[in-house]
Ligand binder design. Structure first.
Ligand SMILES: [Zn+2]
Length: 165
């Protein structure tokens, strides 16, 4: 199994996720890809604010691929806008804006793909676009991230690459 890449913990406030015992309590069968529409630090800080009501498990920094972890995989983050999907997924935020592809650096793709490869192997998530999806692909989602500049074919190639190491 590919090792989990290094993360730095910035724990979300307990009001922004639901404690669980995944994958025993809820099977984990999807990774949901997001874009922050703001800076890495503002996203990470927001998840620590009890007023937020949102959280992702991981947030990747644009310039160097640094990974913040805010919610443990065993717990249910509030990122998909769909309770069923939240229960069974892991949310990964990427720093940047959907309208500006310069935020989507090779360092960020690399770090995210390593993380997703690890998560897929660890939880038995199939590596395909039905199970690694954009927030925009969540039923009922009113969000459009990661948007048209997210390079899915490249990302999926990178995930497969790391998964087979
Ligand atoms: Zn999103």
């Amino acid at each position: 199994m590919p090792r989990k890449p290094p993360v730095v913990w910035y724990p979300a406030h307990s009001s922004n996720y639901t404690s669980a015992n995944r994958p025993r309590s809820h099977r984990i069968n999807r990774v949901v890809i997001h874009v922050t529409q703001g800076s890495w630090s503002s996203a990470v800080n927001w998840f620590q604010n009890p007023a937020a009501g949102v959280s992702a498990h991981y947030t990747i920094r644009s310039r160097d691929g640094k990974i913040a972890q805010s919610v443990s995989d065993i717990n249910i983050g509030y990122h998909a806008g769909n309770w069923n999907y939240n229960q069974h997924s892991i949310g990964i935020e990427h720093e940047g804006y959907i309208s500006n592809k310069s935020w989507f650096t090779p360092e960020m793709y690399r770090s995210s793909a390593r993380l997703t490869a690890h998560l897929c192997r660890r939880y038995g998530i199939p590596i395909n676009r039905r199970h690694i999806i954009g927030h925009n692909e969540v039923p009922g989602a009113d969000h459009t991230d990661p948007g048209r500049w997210w390079w899915w074919s490249y990302y999926m190639r990178r995930v497969r690459h790391f998964a087979n190491r």
